[in-house]
Design a binder for this molecule. Structure first.
Ligand code: FES
Length: 102
């Protein structure tokens, strides 16, 4: 599975998320204390962009109705979400953030 450059690390400040499009996948990339995590951007409840929501520690909070997802695994933790989301492997190389897509 290919590793594809998704962003520059400085484009995603600590404690924020950013929408990146990688090989046609819409992915929410989060920076948690300098470590990057990637999950599907679309909330499975009604499709809100998770990259627009808050991230508290390793928990991404949907901006529409508050579903909570573990950004390290994509697991649904609470709220009205209906299922887990896909999580993607992330690595950094110098200033680049790379995501492994299927
Ligand atoms: S769209 Fe995310 S909780 Fe409703």
């Amino acid at each position: 599975m290919p590793w594809i450059k998704a962003a520059k690390s400085q484009d995603v400040p600590v404690g924020t998320g950013k929408l990146v499009i990688v090989d046609d996948y819409l992915i929410a990339l989060f920076n948690v204390d300098g470590v990057f995590y990637a999950i599907d951007d679309a909330c499975p409840h009604q499709g809100a962009p998770l990259s627009d929501g808050r991230v508290e520690g390793c928990v991404a909070i949907c901006p529409w109705h508050g579903a909570e997802f573990d950004v390290t695994t994509g697991k649904l933790l609470g709220g009205p979400g209906v299922r887990d989301v896909q999580a993607y492997a992330v690595k950094t190389k110098e200033d680049d953030v790379l995501i492994e897509v299927p």
